[in-house]
Ligand binder design. Structure first.
Ligand code: HEM
Length: 510
């Protein structure tokens, strides 16, 4: 009897697996034959590649406009065509407005109110409210806070170099420290200096958040591929400690500010304004919060903490990597470096040697350098959406079914010869000479759900690079070695260090 049951169970499993792994075949889509059981995620599971690189490798091997793949057992559609990708994100957004990572309204604060996770109208409502904190007026008002952190970085580098020294320094560490202090200061509203206090609370929690433990990898995978299983973990009370600690810091800061009526020009203040005044003030000089004015608070402390935590997740590695990759590439191309230095100095001269929001806007060549870095190393290597209404694929009789995850390999598009000739060459002037296809360039995503903070992200990177170029010489690195991408994590990160040689500049320091 037991043997028969075992045989029937095995037969059912085999039948079920066959059913799952023939999904694309049954739907008539071109597909990648899955290697059971990990399919496309085999290199990720074997810790040979990050998710972004594993998807990029599939992108490079196919010529089909769309390709059916399996993420473990989950069928997903890889988009291999820039115009179709852009249509999905913009023109046809109504059929792809969610990311498919919403888990559980009851037990999961991220699903309940986190901008990255929300669905449909709930997402739209929050996006409108939060967008008011990223206007140019608000960013301009926060500029001094960003610049202060830039100065701490300069002080740190000055301390590392003697006057006539040329020294090799690890930029990933420098930019990572700069970036965490920006997040702490501009987003969480905390005064820290991680360059001199490397064991401060926020840095310690940040290390914990980024630790790739078995639990965090499993939970991340479930959130992305098996929200039902993630919901079960939530219901069973399995909490992840690190994000909770980070949210706890925000909660404490809000309570402290409300109790002592403290005001500061940062994101936290704007979200407190939304909570207490009912809206973010359109007056860029008004940063007050009137505790008790609105009885029915439109946003709980928990939701503020959740969104600020998401800003940390979305903004930390991306800004640090883009700043350090740009510094590295500049060290390989002396002519480009010279043009960038000239651009930065000329902008300073035009603005009486003061680094302001307007000065930064005038650094046009530096902009090109950053654009080219976001092209070659897009902060997020993939974009994902969930199909929310059946979608007839243009020029074919295929239909993407509602509920299907759709993956766009940004790294694939940005390194595709078809859209960017000589894709591995870091060449900022390709944007001046039109040596690129603008349809395929979308480093901050596209459409209504593109990066909410792209202006802030660019300012953070630009201030770091402007400070670096104004105060230090980046020495030429004749070794034209490509940076190896780390085999873990979601954002594009360098494996090992990014070493560049620096010396102090004698003139014009800010
Ligand atoms: C240079 C740095 C950055 C890059 C390259 C970058 C890139 C991206 C990309 C590619 C997306 C996905 C867009 C899509 O799905 O279409 C995204 C979304 C997002 N980013 Fe950024 N980002 C950067 C900095 C930041 C910063 C500093 C913050 C926060 C302060 C931030 C907050 C967000 C949020 C909240 C979303 C989700 C938006 C939504 O679902 O409505 N990003 N970012």
């Amino acid at each position: 009897m037991f043997l028969w049951l075992l045989i029937v169970a095995c037969a059912l499993i085999v039948f079920y697996m066959k059913w799952i792994y023939t999904y694309w075949q049954r739907k008539g889509f071109p597909y990648l034959e899955p290697k059971i059981p990990f399919a496309v995620l085999e290199p990720v599971c074997r810790r040979k590649a990050s998710l972004g690189i594993a998807i990029y490798d599939v992108y490079r091997k196919t010529k089909h406009k769309v390709l059916g793949i399996y993420l473990l057992t989950r069928p997903a559609l890889l988009i291999h065509d820039a115009q179709l990708a852009r249509d999905i994100l913009t023109k046809d957004f109504e059929s792809f407005h969610d990311r498919g990572v919403h888990v559980d309204d009851e037990k999961d604060p991220q699903s309940r109110g986190g901008i990255f996770f929300l669905k449909g109208q709930d997402w739209k409502n929050l996006r409108i409210k939060l967008s008011a904190s990223f206007t140019s007026g608000k960013l301009k008002a926060m500029f001094d806070t960003i610049e202060d952190v830039g100065d701490k970085m300069v002080n740190y580098l000055n301390g590392q170099l003697r006057d006539d020294d040329v020294k090799e320094l690890e930029m990933k560490h420098v930019m990572g420290t700069y970036s965490i202090d920006i997040i702490a200061s501009v987003i969480f509203g905390l005064e820290v200096n991680s360059f001199v206090e490397p064991n401060n609370e926020i840095l310690k929690v940040s290390r914990k958040v980024n630790e790739p433990t078995f639990g965090s990898v499993l939970r991340g995978t479930c959130q992305f591929l098996y929200p039902g299983l993630e919901k079960l973990f939530m219901r069973l009370g399995w909490r992840e400690e690190a994000p909770n600690l980070m949210r706890e810091i925000v909660r404490r800061t809000i309570q402290m500010r409300e109790a002592h009526n403290i005001s500061r020009k940062d994101m936290l203040q704007l979200l407190m304004q939304l909570r207490n005044n009912g809206e973010i003030s359109a007056d860029d000089n008004d940063w007050t919060t009137k505790v008790g004015k609105v009885v029915q608070k439109p946003m709980s402390i928990e939701i503020i903490a959740t969104n600020l935590f998401l800003f940390y997740v979305a903004g930390y590695e991306t800004t640090a990597s883009i700043a350090s990759f740009t510094a590295y590439e500049l060290s390989r191309f002396p002519e480009t470096l010279e043009k960038a230095q000239r651009d930065v100095r000329e902008a300073m001269e035009k603005h009486n040697n003061k680094l302001t929001y307007e000065t930064i806007q005038d650094m046009k060549y530096l902009d090109l350098c950053i654009m080219e870095t976001t092209r070659k190393y897009p902060g997020l290597p993939i974009l994902n959406r969930q199909c929310t209404h059946d979608y007839p694929l243009p020029d074919s009789d295929l239909v993407i079914k509602s509920g299907t995850p759709v993956i766009i390999s940004l790294l694939g598009l940005h390194r595709d010869e078809k859209y960017f000739p000589e894709p591995m060459l870091w060449d900022p002037e390709r944007f001046l000479q039109g040596r690129y296809d603008p349809v395929a360039f979308m480093p901050f995503g596209e459409g209504p759900r593109q990066c909410i903070a792209q202006r802030l992200g660019k300012i953070i990177v630009k201030v770091a690079l402007a400070k670096l170029l104004l105060n230090f010489n980046i020495e030429f690195n004749p070794v034209r070695k490509e940076i190896e991408i780390a085999n873990y994590g979601v954002p594009i990160m360098a494996k090992g260090g990014i070493n560049i040689r620096l010396s102090k500049r004698k003139e014009s320091r800010v």
